[in-house]
Design a protein around this ligand. Structure first.
Ligand SMILES: Cc1cc2nc3c(=O)[nH]c(=O)nc-3n(C[C@H](O)[C@H](O)[C@H](O)COP(=O)(O)OP(=O)(O)OC[C@H]3O[C@@H](n4cnc5c(N)ncnc54)[C@H](O)[C@@H]3O)c2cc1C
Length: 340
């Protein structure tokens, strides 16, 4: 049996804390409930949105359909060798909790992704990334249900078509594949990834410390807490825009005005530029219009200082987008999913 609630406020279900209402809302705790939900008329006749922790979404308005939130729990070891471990995690588990549990059990690899809000399901959809690591590097496979056929399917890593903050779940399978769990392949032998400049610098500063995964985890948590706003005090959804990837010619154009533009090569002839830097150079860092503003320590984060409507946040973001475009001829693309 599943309970479908009507006219449900999503304010406590999205980290932007906008007070959008879902016409129907259903919380699913296990696969049996999910199968019964698929048989309901409400499911079959409504437009649907799968919601995890709501940390990467902006609801523009009330949602005239069914919002489904999966809160299934469970972590189990499927296989263990001297080199690696395969761990299956329910999609409704909290991502950071999983990172902590893995480290406590001496399973390594994902410590650079500490403190990212949200669920396992949302993390897979987004192919989350931070401090030089992306989820796809440790993802073995994804289990979920094809809601059209009610069939459970397992997709291997390659079938997920992971890219920069994207996957098949945001493209071809959008709205039709509900992730119920993910299997991660973690390392048994400690190996640290210090490719990210800020981590590298810390290690250079303290050469007498031999960095292990726990040390990397602690540094990532410390850095994130010093830079990012607390979502309870300053509701936000992390980076609002993606870092743009531009070609050589466009990079030369930006360099002609700003010779010190930070950039790094991602592919032959393609360069990533920090969106936060572009926003800062356009004068938007820490700027506020009414109850929406960018965070003063991180220009890429837009904070809701008290609006109930997501449209005001989007209008603010569009102003930034337009000014960055006028100045740099670069169109910023949203990382946050806009739901209307
Ligand atoms: C303060 C802050 C810092 C952040 N830092 C980072 C960062 O460093 N790196 C980074 O990559 N992201 C970051 N984010 C963004 C966000 O935390 C991640 O994208 C997170 O993985 C989203 O998970 P969620 O459960 O909240 O997903 P939601 O926001 O609920 O949903 C995101 C997408 O996943 C889909 N989805 C969710 N669950 C399922 C499911 N079970 N099956 C199918 N589809 C599903 C939704 O439909 C939606 O399309 C940050 C956000 C905040 C607020």
């Amino acid at each position: 049996m599943v309970t479908i609630l009507e006219n449900f406020s999503l304010k406590g279900r999205n980290t932007f804390a906008v007070d959008a209402k879902a016409r129907h809302f259903c919380e699913i705790k296990n696969e049996i409930q999910l199968l019964s939900l698929l048989e309901t008329q409400t499911f079959q006749q409504s437009c649907r949105f799968f919601l995890g922790g709501g940390s990467n979404v902006l609801f523009l308005d009330d949602f005239d359909g069914l919002v489904i939130n999966l809160s299934n729990k469970g972590i189990k070891i499927l296989e263990s060798t001297d080199e690696h471990v395969l761990v299956e995690v329910a999609a409704g588990e909290n991502w950071h909790k999983f990172v902590e549990i893995s480290l406590r059990n001496k399973f390594y690899g994902i410590e650079n992704l500490a403190l990212i809000p949200g669920t396992i399901g949302g993390a897979v959809v987004q192919n989350i990334g931070a401090y030089g690591v992306e989820l796809k590097e440790f993802l073995h496979s994804v289990r979920g249900i094809n809601v059209k056929s009610s069939e459970f399917i397992t997709l291997a890593n390659d079938d997920c078509y992971f890219g920069y903050r994207t996957s098949i779940f945001k493209t071809k399978l959008k709205g039709n594949f509900f992730i119920t769990s993910a299997i991660f392949k973690l390392l048994k032998r400690p190996k640290v990834n210090l490719s990210y400049n800020e981590l590298k610098q810390i290690v250079r500063r303290f050469p007498f410390i031999k960095p292990d995964p726990k040390y990397v985890f602690d540094q990532v948590v410390r850095l994130r807490q010093s830079k990012l706003p607390d979502i309870v005090k300053f509701p936000n959804a992390g980076s609002f825009f993606k870092n743009p990837v531009i070609g050589q010619e466009q990079l030369e154009f930006v360099k002609s005005k700003f010779p010190d533009v930070p950039n790094y090569q991602v592919d032959n002839g393609w360069y990533k530029i920090p969106a936060g830097w572009l926003i800062e150079m356009t004068g938007w860092k820490g700027r506020r219009i009414g109850n929406v503003g960018t965070y003063d320590k991180h220009a890429l984060v837009i904070v809701n200082y008290g609006v109930n409507n997501g449209k005001e946040i989007l209008e603010f973001a569009k102003k930034i987008q337009q000014e960055v475009y006028e100045k740099f001829n670069i169109l910023l693309e949203t990382e946050v999913e806009i739901v209307s």
